[in-house]
Design a protein around this ligand. Structure first.
Ligand SMILES: C[S@@+](CC[C@H](N)C(=O)[O-])C[C@H]1O[C@@H](n2cnc3c(N)ncnc32)[C@H](O)[C@@H]1O
Length: 310
């Protein structure tokens, strides 16, 4: 099944999924995911805290099958759904060579169409991209819930992740690359201190996803964010934190943050401490990065100030 990709309102025909990184991730990109120790350890801990022997687990978008392997090694029977034929073959091969054939079945299917054949205890889905851009985590889980409730009724299985929190931050970003100024999107390791980034505001929440509840699949933001220090506001930073699992008995949780994403704004502007900076944007989950920046508009006063300065 092809997804419709929202391309703004310019009436250009939508390219197919295959043309978009994120919708279709080739095998060699999975190396980076397997190498991301923070991602791997966090998902392993969350799965080990949630999955117990005898459980039925589904993984939507299994890629190389690594997260399914964590569940299988906890004693679960796993159905692993994958749409990309290259990854279906690769995961089947890796599962076999890891001796997990008896516990994991890889199904070549679009996860939005998949209907389980038995009640499920836990669903794992890692199509997480900062800001819920590029990948279709929200659409895939929403479709799964609808299909599952039609087939089995409530209760829904538990989801890994359980929740995601979407925030934005006003920043001043250094776009100087050896004397060459190039304001381009920058992915950053999710850490508080990043060279070249000067935080002008605290992260401001604009979206909250609780996977077991109804949740939004598009985000519209139109309000003012307070600059906490003065500087040149020339970029927005998107931060997405995911709660992978919550242990009610122990009162603990496992979390994991996506890479932060810095997106330059069209018209940089000087801001002063305590200035309220109006920010407006709208996009749909799964949109390409430019859908966010296309929708991003500077405030009236800022536009006026930029014109005055020009
Ligand atoms: C970010 S990768 C994660 C892979 C694996 N779960 C892991 O953690 O290493 C997302 C995977 O979901 C697959 N995928 C994306 N949309 C899908 C869909 N609608 N149905 C099935 N698989 C999908 C992609 O092909 C890709 O392999």
């Amino acid at each position: 099944m092809n997804f419709k990709i929202f391309r703004g309102d310019d009436n250009t025909p939508s390219p197919t999924n295959e043309q978009f990184l994120g919708q279709f991730i080739p095998l060699h990109y999975h190396f980076q995911m397997l190498q991301d120790a923070d991602r791997m350890k966090s998902f392993k801990s969350a799965i080990e805290a949630t999955v117990t022997p005898g459980m039925n687990v589904v993984e939507l978008g299994c890629g190389t099958g690594v997260l399914s392997s964590f569940a299988a090694r906890c004693g679960a029977k796993v159905q692993s759904i994958e749409r990309n034929p290259e990854l279906v073959s690769a995961s089947r091969k890796f599962i076999d060579s890891n001796g997990l054939n008896d516990s994991i079945e890889v199904i070549h299917e679009d996860a939005t169409c998949y209907i389980p054949t038995r009640p499920i205890d836990v669903v794992i889905c890692e199509m997480l991209h900062v800001g819920m851009l590029r990948e279709k985590q929200l659409q895939v889980i929403a479709a799964f819930k609808e299909n599952y409730l039609n087939a089995f009724g409530p209760p829904l299985p538990r989801f890994i992740p359980e929740a995601s929190l979407l925030t934005i931050q006003l920043i001043q970003q250094n776009f100087d690359f050896e004397g060459y100024i190039a304001p381009i999107p920058i992915f950053q390791a999710p850490s508080a201190i990043t060279a070249g980034t000067y935080e002008l505001s605290s992260p401001f929440r604009y979206g909250e996803i609780l996977y077991s509840d109804d949740y939004p699949q598009q985000f519209a933001f139109d309000r003012k964010i307070r600059a906490e220090r003065e500087g040149t506001f020339n970029a927005i930073r998107l931060l997405t934190h995911n709660i992978l699992s919550i242990d009610d008995h122990m009162g603990t949780f496992v979390s994991w943050a996506n890479q932060f994403l810095v997106l330059p704004v069209e018209n940089p502007v000087a801001v002063s401490t305590n200035e309220m900076v109006p920010i407006k944007f709208a996009y749909r989950s799964g949109d390409e990065l430019d859908a966010f920046t296309k929708g991003l508009s500077a405030s009236e006063p800022m536009t006026r100030r930029v014109r005055k300065a020009a």
